[in-house]
Design a protein around this ligand. Structure first.
Ligand code: 6A9
Length: 770
């Protein structure tokens, strides 16, 4: 009977992982219903491209190359943001998430400026124009250069799901443009104008691409040499099915090749406009772009008041802050697809339901897709810029909640996103968490806007509420520890022999050292603090919505009670908060000695354990972000002597560098140690801006809260805030980018770039408004 029952139960669980949460969707309106956010630069993974917030959107974008510099195999054609392109810089300098955006790109020795503006009206989501201006980076280069050509390719492509057609329109002598129809856009056309500079030649391509992820390959295979030095697109290049039937084109591109300096305007016009005062091209374009810039500058100053507060030391620093914000906003994408998910009850992964996701991304080059805990941090900045955008993003994420109360951590939706991830990394497990940072966003929204929220915004929070409850309770049950009141991240591998310390990807802090031997008995202090913060935020929201939040208040009180925290996580030995688990510090990676006559001489390094692990707090010499969590999330009481200990520890040069707080102090046994021979240190010393943001925010809090350590906190606050701002800014000046993390001894950017996810929170550090 037992077996029969559990089989039935398993069948039931199997269908649960990809069953949506049962309740009203949070997103009520999207697509054409929100015309001002219909078109946008929602393809953060390309240097420049526009699409709509429609699941099967028309997709348009830019590729460029310099014909005299093009290498065999099409090397030198720019399309997707690739670190390998080695561009000296690219990124939005202004972007408001609604009306326009403007980007600067340095592709030595050239500079490109790309921008777009929009016009609302008609019945199919309005119109837009885009401009691409190419010049030399400076006069010297321009004087040396001889007749450099640039080829700008603008394309239009249909997603597999898009119903409609596209075609090139041309006469014998001239390309007129592209026209087409989709069920959402109705009739539309695109025109191309060289609004300044000398056009050398133009060409087009109309063909059937095998998929949206292969557009550049399709272009490369269609390039032709029309005459010496004259590279053109092939024109009509029909594809056929196996049965010789001609396929409709799904990819149409127009190439204008001109002498640098050269400017191309792309004009998208909707057939649904019965009247337009003028065409968004040439001077009209310039004027409207300028109006948008002025508007942006005013709004930026109004929101963050950097000038009023006298904060930026130079106009360069001010422009940097604007760029950081703009890249967060300009990095917002619109994705559609289904994740591959796996439950422990089933052998094979299954697909989640197909769904849209409107979200910012951590990095346009390396991971142009949504990440759960990153997005909560993004929300802190986005909600200050545009609350509706921030709420809409959260609404989309919470519509991805399944009936279990789980949201997948990494969102790899659609063919373009999938093409960036090796398939073994695409599966999301429904037992795995990621910090519930959306509660940070929520708390910040309620604190900042409180009774200024409008009716629609309250209604959104109301629809979100049952999902927030389910999400919270998913954490509270599935991530519970063995000892009451404790929590444990799932997903650590107890059997690995290669890792110096088995990773905890779910915590977001990947290789940050935890108990050396994962077991069910361990407990994680960072997760404990996330849960306390989450319960508190949910209780606050319950009150604000007039809901009964007593049980969240009770949980919050229970967890915030420092006696429980101390009992579970305080080490009298090291005088620090710490994880608990089966642990020894005596581990090392060693290359196994091959046995005599053994063929394989080069065996992979293995972990060797020198001392038997014991159940204890992971306190030894390890000190870093995890130990600071009760402070970072403001759980430790302002009058607690432990706060004093933490503040003093934190100001030691072994953890506080000139550039910010190290993830791991220099005195920690695993400081800057590789986790396997292929896995370089990641959260083992490097400076991360999300955690530094939390630290600065907490210092501000403790410098203002009643208690004996205010002065101590205030001093550190000033020091840390300044250190982080100036380093991120200096690195931006020197390298052209905001980075994923920063080197703790030189301050240099490391990891990937551009990374204008949570590293852009530096704007809030500048405005001192957390
Ligand atoms: C996987 C496989 C060649 C790692 O910013 C996103 C996340 C953070 O949430 C997390 O805290 N980043 C941090 O530790 C980047 C994750 C990138 C995953 C890439 C692709 C390898 O492809």
């Amino acid at each position: 009977l037992g077996i029969a029952v559990s089989c039935g139960y398993m069948g039931y669980l199997e269908t649960r992982i990809n069953t949506p949460f049962d309740g009203k969707k949070v997103v009520l309106k999207s697509g054409l219903d929100i015309p001002e956010r219909f078109w946008g630069s929602y393809r953060p993974g390309v240097y420049f491209g526009l699409k709509t917030r429609d699941p099967a959107s028309l997709v348009t974008g830019l590729m460029w190359y310099f014909p005299n510099r093009l290498k065999p195999g099409g090397h030198g054609i720019r399309h997707w943001c690739e670190q390998g392109d080695n561009l000296a810089k690219y990124g939005w300098v202004r972007h408001d998430g609604k009306n326009f955006g403007e980007q600067e790109i340095i592709d030595r020795p050239f500079s490109l400026n790309t921008s777009f503006i929009k016009r609302l009206g008609g019945s199919n989501g309005g119109e837009w124009s885009a401009r691409i201006s190419v010049d030399y980076i400076n006069k010297n280069v321009a004087n040396e250069a001889k007749d450099e050509l640039v080829s700008l390719i603008w394309y239009v492509a249909l997603d597999e799901e898009t119903k409609g057609y596209i075609e090139a329109s041309y006469s014998q002598t001239k390309i007129i443009g592209i026209k087409g129809y989709t069920s959402t856009l109705g009739d539309f056309k695109l025109k191309f104008v060289n609004s300044s500079g000398v056009l050398d030649h133009e060409s087009f391509l109309s063909t059937t691409a095998p998929g949206l992820h292969l557009l550049k390959e399709t272009v490369i295979s269609s390039l032709r040499l029309a005459a010496p030095q004259k590279i053109v697109l092939a024109g009509e290049l029909p594809s056929f099915t196996g049965h010789d039937e001609k396929l409709d084109p799904n990819f149409v591109a127009v190439q204008l090749t001109g002498r640098v300096p050269f400017t191309m305007d792309v004009i998208f016009e909707s057939g649904s406009f019965s009247y337009r005062p003028d065409t968004l091209v040439g001077d009209t374009y310039t004027k409207i772009l300028q109006k948008n810039r002025v508007q942006f500058d005013q709004t930026f100053e109004k929101k963050f008041q950097l000038k009023t507060k006298g904060i930026p030391s130079s106009s360069k620093e001010y422009a940097f802050a604007q760029a950081a914000l703009s890249n967060m906003i300009g990095g917002i994408g619109y994705f559609y697809g289904a994740s591959k998910v796996q439950s422990t009850y089933i052998k094979e992964p299954v697909y989640y339901w197909r769904a849209p996701l409107y979200t910012a991304v951590p990095s346009r080059s390396f991971f142009p897709r949504g990440f759960l805990w990153d997005e909560g941090f993004h929300g802190l900045l986005i909600s200050q810029w545009d609350l509706d955008i921030a709420l809409d993003i959260m609404s989309h994420w919470f519509d991805l909640l399944n009936v279990e109360g789980w949201i997948p951590r990494e969102q790899i939706l659609g063919v373009e996103a999938l093409a960036k991830v090796p398939s073994e990394f695409t599966i999301q497990w429904n037992t795995y968490a990621n910090p519930p940072t959306f509660f940070l966003t929520l708390e910040s929204i309620l604190r900042r806007y409180g009774d200024k929220l409008n009716e629609d915004q309250w209604a959104t929070l109301e629809r979100m509420y049952p999902r927030l409850q389910a999400w919270f309770s998913w954490f509270n049950t599935t991530q519970r520890g063995e000892v009451p009141g404790s929590y444990r991240w799932r997903g650590r591998d107890p059997d690995t022999t290669r890792e110096l310390n088995p990773k905890t990807l779910t915590s977001g802090l990947d290789d940050y050292p935890r108990a050396s031997h994962p077991t069910d008995e361990e407990r994680h202090v960072d997760l404990y603090c996330w849960m306390a913060m989450a319960a508190h935020a949910l209780a606050t929201l319950s009150d604000a919505l007039g809901q009964d939040g007593r049980k969240y208040r009770q949980t919050a009180d229970y967890l915030m009670d420092n006696k429980l925290l101390d009992r579970l996580h305080w080490s009298d030995f090291s005088r620090r908060y710490a994880d608990y688990g089966l642990h020894t510090d005596s581990v090392r990676l060693e290359r196994p000695q091959p046995l005599p006559r053994q063929q394989n001489q080069n065996m992979e390094m293995q972990r060797v354990v020198f001392k038997k692990p014991e159940y204890r707090l992971v306190d030894g010499m390890t000190f870093g972000y995890v130990n600071l969590f009760p402070f970072l999330l403001q759980i430790v009481h302002p009058t607690s002597p432990k706060l004093e200990t933490i503040l003093k520890d934190m100001s030691q040069p072994s953890i506080l560098s000139k550039f910010g707080l190290r993830s791991l102090s220099k005195t920690s046994p695993l400081y800057m140690k590789r986790n396997t021979e292929h896995d370089p240190p990641y959260w083992r010393g490097q400076i991360w801006i999300n955690m530094n943001f939390l630290a600065v925010r907490a210092l501000k809090h403790y410098s203002e809260a009643e208690g004996p350590y205010r002065k101590l906190a205030e001093g550190l606050y000033k020091e840390l805030r300044k250190a982080v701002i100036s380093n991120v800014f200096n690195q931006y000046r020197h390298t052209g980018y905001v980075w994923e993390q920063y080197n703790d001894s030189t301050g240099e950017g490391s990891g990937c770039r551009p990374f204008t996810g949570w590293s852009a929170l530096v704007v809030l550090l500048m405005s001192e408004d957390y």
